[in-house]
Design a protein around this ligand. Sequence first.
Ligand code: MEV
Length: 420
Amino acid sequence: MTTPFYRLPYEQRRDRLATTRHLTGAQLAIVARQRQSADEELIENYLTTYGLPEGVAVNLRVDGRSVAVPMVTEEPSVIAAASNGGRLLTSDRGITTTVARRELMGQIVCQHVRQPAVLKAWVQAHQAAILKVADAAHPTLLTHGGGARSIRVRVLPDDWVSIDLFIDVGEAMGANLVNTLTEAVADYLRPQIDGEVLMSILSNYATHSLVTARCAVPVDPLKTATLAGATVAERICAASDFAQVDPYRAATHNKGIMNGIDAVVLAMGNDWRAVESGAHAYASRHGQYRGLSRWWLDGAILHGELTLPLALGFVGGATRVFPLVAVNQQIAQVTSARELMRVTAALGLAQNVAALRALVTEGIQRGHMHLQLKSLALSVGATPAEVPAVVARLQERQPTTAQAQAALRAVRQANLTNKG
Ligand code: MEV
């Protein structure tokens, strides 16, 4: 019997892949170069480490403070757009933010409940005892100022009941913590449930961790070479209105916002899938998927607002594992989960205004083109030193890979000739 893949030592796993997938020596050299021993225990079947570039968005003013925001992204134009948006939204205090509370929710899902109203009444009457049971499952949470805060029962169609436990997890990311408390509460409640507990798990629809970023800026700085600031602002508002009525556009509108938010979430060692799923659930809260941000005009002032669930953590989870997270927290000068939520939402708003302004004026491609040409040059093997010359030769609006390869050959030929 062959040993299961996950039981093999690293070298044997790699060699088995290399043999069965016919990896070349050059491919194995890439795998070896990027291998990080610190990552080997982090995941199952570790092969290598897939690096992503990190940059810093500048020009952002959040609650009166200038912030440099580390972002991890592979999309060439994202950081430039965030910095550009930050500049457009800089007036006075810049972007202001609010975080009403930061609680995570654990969900005990019960099925075949015969008398949901009775269960609901029992849970409501025993709320204090249930919260005590939850807290007892993780006593150190209390010493960090956290703890179970409230409980809610939702009676759903087809004999489903969801018992929702809201927990203040302090500065932590908190997913494991919530799961521990929720499972403890499920055990306690089981005798009272005239049905069956199907599962107990954190909900990523973090409606008790909403953050709002707002701005109010004069329209004039939005102007372009051919359009007045007021016209650009009107067009940005129209784009925002359209994202409220058309889910096809709303998805792209929100993708632009998440371009920025995910990049910060990654840089800060948080779970971007959790943030993504929560954001999109929130975008559908009225029964139709809509844009997460709104833009409107009040005279010559453009107002913007973005609200989304962002249950970010400052400690624990991957924040401990990746040393760069502490560096990034220091670059952004954030010292708490709430501050991180504020900066991240503000960056999402800046990202959004930059995208909308480009879209409703010169179109997105012109601004993107230079960065995309750089990425194309790199993709055909240009070294960083060769990139500017290759880009200069790629005059076409949509250059092909073959044209990029030809440009790289020409640059190398020219370099050889110059040296000779
Ligand atoms: C591209 O990554 C993001 C945009 O499509 C966002 C938007 O359309 O609002 C430019």
